[in-house]
Design a protein around this ligand. Structure first.
Ligand code: BGC
Length: 739
C-alpha cells in the first residue's frame, strides 16, 4: 500500500515536471502562456491547428471500463488520440493522468482533454437525488453537495460534469423526473444556478471546479405519455415560460456547456434546432458555452426522419448550432472535414465551435493543471464531512405527508417494529445515476434505527420483497408489530424503476406492499410509512392505512441516519413537494400552475380533479403560524413580509413559498406562479420574519413567446402560506418591450 502511495506521489512529481514549458528559459508559445487572456491563447492555438485537429476537438468518446484500476495499454490501443473530450468511466486517477500525458506528449500541439462524467447526485459519496433535493428548497445545500461531487470528480481525473439536469416535467411516469428539480420553472431555475455555481466554484479554474453541462436542452421532459425519447410538442409560449427558464438561469450562472436533448421539439429535433441552439443561445442569451449532443443524438436524426443518412445528420446538427458530439461512432470525425472540403460548411463555422471548446479548456486551467493528485480513497471519498453533508441534505429533503395524532416524532422509549423491503436495503437508497456509488457505502435504515433507538427496542422483519407476491414473511412482520408500540414500514419503488428509459405504466405501490401495510394496520398499532421513490407515486390507498407518511426519496449513503434522526425528532422534516402527487393515473399530466379553465372546471365523471398531495405540500413537527402579511413600497418596487411563529418547544426550519396571481394580462397566465421561496430556522417559541424584496418586472411580470419580459399595470394577488394580499402596479411601473 505504502509503496503504491509513494510511487503515485512520485509519478505526480514527474508529471508536474513534464507539464512545465519544455525549456524554462524559452518564452512559452502564446497559447501556453497563462499570463495572456484566454481570448489571445485561443487565437494563437487556433492558428496552429489543422482542420483535422480542429474536428478532433468536437468529439467526445467513452474512456475507461469502470474497473478499480484501468488497463492503460488496452485503452490506449483502442483510442485514436485526435479527440477533444471524453466520458471518463473511471475513478482511477493514475489512469486519467497517464492518459492525459499520452495526449499531451504524443499529439502535435499537446492539447489536454476535458474528461467528463455523469454525476447527478455524487461521484462516490451518493447524495439525495435531485428531485428529492429540490424539496429541501435549500439551493445553498444543493450547491454545497455539487461542490463535494466536483471535488470527487477532480480527484478521479474529470473536469466536466453532465449536469445539472434541469428538464421540467409534468408527468411522473417519466423515469427521468428523478434527475431534475420538479415541475416548476422557478424552483428549477434556483437549483440550476446553485448547482452550476457549486460545480464550477466562484470562478472556473479553481482546484476542484468542474465545468457544468446543463441538460437536456430543451423540452425533453415534456415527454408524451411519460415515455422516454419520444417527440415533444411545446408551444413557443410554454417553451419560454416553462422549459427555457432553468436553462437561462444556468447560463446566467456561467455554465460552461449545454447538452442538446434527444427529443424532436415541435417538429424539429432539439439536436438540430436552429431556434433553440442559435437564436436563443447565441443571439438572445449571448453565451459562449459550447453545446454537445446527448449520446448518439446526431445519428438519431436519421431515425427521427430528419436526415437521410449520418452525413446529412452531421450537416443538419452542426449547421443548427450543435458544436460537438458524444458518440463512440465519431460521426463528426467522419464527416465534418468532408463537409468543409465540399463547401457545405465553412471552416469559419468549425472555428467558432472549436473556439468554444478550447475556451473551456483554458478557463478551467487544463493547460496549467492537466493532472490530478493521486490520493488514497479515504482522502478522496466518503470522508466524515462528506457523509455529514449528504445526511444534512437528505434530512432537509424529506417531506412529511401525513402525521395523524402526531405519531411522529416517535416517543422516547417506544418499542419499534421495523418492517418492509427497504428497511435493510442499501442498494435502493442510492437512486439511478449513482455513478460510482455502491450499496456497501450505505448505512441502512435498520442499522441506523438500531444505533439510534437501541437494538433491544427494535424488532425487525422484512415482511415481503419489493414486488414478489410471496406473503410468507407477513406472519413474522405481524409478530414484530404486536411486540412493539409503533411500526415503521419501509416501502417504495426500486432503483431500476427510475432514471433513463425507466418509464412506468402504474405508479401505485406493488400489490404485495399494499397488502403488507393493510395487514400491519389491522394490528391496531400505528403505522409510519417511510417511502423511498424516484418520482411522485399514487398513494391514495397507502395513505388510508398509515398514521404517518414520510417521503425520503432516494437519500443516498446516509439514508439510515437521516431517517432515524428524523423519526426520533432530532430534526424535523422541512421538505415541500416540488412535484404534484396525483390521486390517480387519470389525472396525469398534472401540475399546479396550469392556466385557468374557461368554465369553473372540467371535471372527471369518475374521480376527483384534486391531487392527493399538491405542489408545495409538506408538514413539520411544529404547527407553524404564518401571520402579518404586509406589502410596502420600497425603492423601485415593493417589500413583502410575513411573520412565522413556532408555538412548540422544538426548533424547526420554516419555509415561505410566495405565489403571484395576475388578475388579467395580455397573455393568459397560470392561476398562480411561485415567484420566491425562502427557508429559515425558527426556534421553539420564537417568531421570525420572512422578507421578499420584489423587483416588479422580474417578480410580477411575465414573458412572451419570443422571450421578452413585460409588466402590465393592474392588480396582482400575493399569497404566502395561506395568507393573501394584493399589490397594485401603476401605469408608471409598467414595462412594454414592444414600445
Ligand atoms: C443521457 C445523458 C447522459 C449521456 C452520457 C445519455 O443517454 O441521456 O443524460 O449524460 O447519456 O452518458
Amino acid at each position: 500500500m505504502e509503496h503504491l502511495k509513494l510511487s503515485g506521489l512520485f509519478s505526480i512529481f514527474l508529471l508536474a515536471l513534464t507539464a512545465l514549458p519544455t525549456v524554462a528559459r524559452e518564452k512559452p508559445l502564446p497559447y501556453r502562456d497563462s499570463s495572456l487572456p484566454t481570448e489571445k491563447r485561443v487565437d494563437d492555438l487556433m492558428k496552429r491547428m489543422t482542420l483535422h485537429e480542429k474536428v478532433g476537438q468536437l468529439m467526445t468518446v467513452l474512456l475507461g471500463s469502470r474497473r478499480e484500476h484501468e488497463d492503460f495499454d488496452k485503452e490506449r490501443r483502442k483510442q485514436d488520440l485526435n479527440v477533444g473530450t471524453y466520458i471518463l468511466n473511471s475513478k482511477d486517477a493514475a489512469f486519467a493522468n497517464r492518459y492525459q500525458k499520452a495526449l499531451i506528449d504524443s499529439t502535435r500541439l499537446g492539447i489536454p482533454a476535458l474528461m467528463g462524467g455523469d454525476v447527478i447526485h455524487g461521484r462516490v459519496t451518493t447524495y439525495q437525488i435531485p428531485l428529492g433535493a429540490s424539496c429541501s428548497l435549500n439551493p445553498d445545500l444543493v450547491g454545497r453537495a455539487a461542490s463535494m461531487a466536483a471535488r470527487e470528480m477532480r480527484l478521479c481525473g474529470s473536469q466536466w460534469v453532465y449536469g445539472p439536469m434541469v428538464d421540467i416535467c409534468h408527468d411522473p411516469r417519466w423515469g427521468r423526473v428523478m434527475e431534475g428539480y420538479g415541475e416548476d420553472a422557478y424552483v428549477a431555475s434556483r437549483f440550476s444556478a446553485a448547482a452550476v455555481r457549486g460545480f464550477q466554484g466562484d470562478k472556473p479554474g479553481g482546484r476542484y471546479s468542474v465545468a457544468a453541462c446543463l441538460k437536456h436542452y430543451v423540452g425533453y421532459g415534456a415527454s408524451e405519455a411519460g415515455r422516454d425519447y419520444v417527440p415533444t410538442d411545446i408551444s413557443r409560449q410554454m417553451l419560454w415560460d416553462t422549459y427555457l427558464p432553468p436553462f437561462e438561469a444556468g447560463v446566467k450562472a456561467g455554465a460552461a456547456s449545454l447538452m442538446s436533448a434527444f427529443n424532436i421539439l415541435s417538429g424539429v429535433p432539439a439536436s438540430a434546432n436552429p431556434y433553440t441552439l442559435t437564436e436563443v443561445l447565441r443571439n438572445k442569451w449571448k453565451t459562449d458555452a459550447f453545446v454537445v449532443s446527448d449520446y448518439g443524438a446526431v445519428k438519431q436524426l436519421v431515425r427521427q426522419g430528419f436526415a437521410r443518412n449520418p452525413k446529412e445528420a452531421v450537416l443538419r446538427g452542426f449547421s443548427a448550432g450543435l458544436d460537438a458530439e458524444i458518440t463512440d461512432e465519431r460521426y463528426y470525425g467522419k464527416y465534418l472535414e468532408e463537409l468543409v472540403k465540399e463547401g457545405s460548411l465553412s471552416e469559419k463555422q468549425i472555428d467558432a465551435a472549436v473556439r468554444r471548446v478550447l475556451k473551456v479548456k483554458f478557463d478551467f486551467g487544463l493547460f496549467e493543471n492537466p493532472y490530478v493528485e493521486e490520493l488514497p480513497d479515504a482522502e478522496r471519498f466518503l470522508r466524515p464531512e462528506d457523509r455529514e453533508l449528504s445526511r444534512a441534505l437528505a434530512e432537509e429533503s424529506f417531506v412529511l405527508l401525513k402525521n395523524e395524532n402526531r405519531v411522529l416524532p416517535l416517543s422516547a422509549g417506544a418499542r419499534v417494529a421495523v418492517v418492509g423491503p427497504f428497511a435493510d436495503n442499501g442498494a435502493d437508497m442510492l437512486g439511478s445515476w449513482a455513478s460510482f456509488g455502491n450499496k456497501k457505502y450505505v448505512t441502512t435504515i435498520l442499522r441506523a434505527m438500531r444505533d439510534r433507538f437501541g437494538a433491544d427496542r427494535i424488532r425487525y422483519a422484512q415482511g415481503c420483497e419489493a414486488e414478489k407476491t410471496d406473503t410468507s414473511g407477513f406472519a413474522a412482520a405481524r409478530t414484530a408489530a404486536m411486540e412493539s408500540d409503533v411500526v415503521v414500514c419501509c416501502l417504495g419503488e426500486m432503483n431500476k424503476y427510475t432514471g433513463e428509459n425507466a418509464s412506468r405504466y402504474h405508479l401505485w405501490l406493488p400489490e404485495v406492499q399494499e397488502q403488507l401495510i393493510e395487514m400491519l394496520a389491522a394490528t391496531g398499532k400505528p403505522v409510519v410509512v417511510v417511502l423511498t421513490n424516484g418520482r411522485p407515486m399514487i398513494l391514495t390507498e397507502t395513505v388510508k392505512h398509515c398514521a404517518a407518511l414520510l417521503d425520503i426519496w432516494k437519500p443516498g449513503v446516509e439514508a439510515g441516519p437521516a431517517v432515524a434522526r428524523t423519526l426520533a425528532g432530532d430534526v424535523s422534516p422541512s421538505g415541500r413537494l416540488t412535484m404534484t402527487f396525483p390521486a390517480d393515473m387519470g389525472q396525469i399530466p398534472i401540475y399546479y400552475n396550469r392556466r385557468r379553465p374557461a368554465r369553473k372546471s372540467g371535471y372527471y365523471k369518475d374521480g376527483t380533479i384534486e391531487p392527493l398531495f399538491p405542489f408545495g405540500y409538506g408538514l413539520t413537527y411544529a404547527d407553524l403560524k404564518y401571520d402579518d402579511l404586509r406589502v410596502t413600497p420600497a425603492g423601485n418596487g415593493f417589500e413583502a413580509t410575513v411573520s412565522v411563529t413556532n408555538p412548540t418547544g422544538r426548533s424547526v426550519k420554516a419555509t415561505a413559498m410566495w405565489y403571484v396571481s395576475a388578475e388579467s394580462d395580455r397573455i393568459a397566465r397560470p392561476e398562480r406562479e411561485l415567484r420566491y421561496f425562502d427557508k429559515q430556522e425558527v426556534k421553539g417559541g420564537e417568531t421570525v420574519t420572512f422578507r421578499w424584496t420584489i423587483d416588479p418586472l422580474r417578480d410580477l411580470g411575465y414573458v412572451d413567446s419570443d422571450g421578452r419580459h413585460f409588466l402590465t399595470a393592474g392588480t396582482y394577488t400575493l399569497t404566502v402560506e395561506g395568507r393573501s394580499t394584493t399589490i397594485t402596479v401603476p401605469e408608471t411601473m409598467a414595462v412594454d418591450p414592444s414600445e
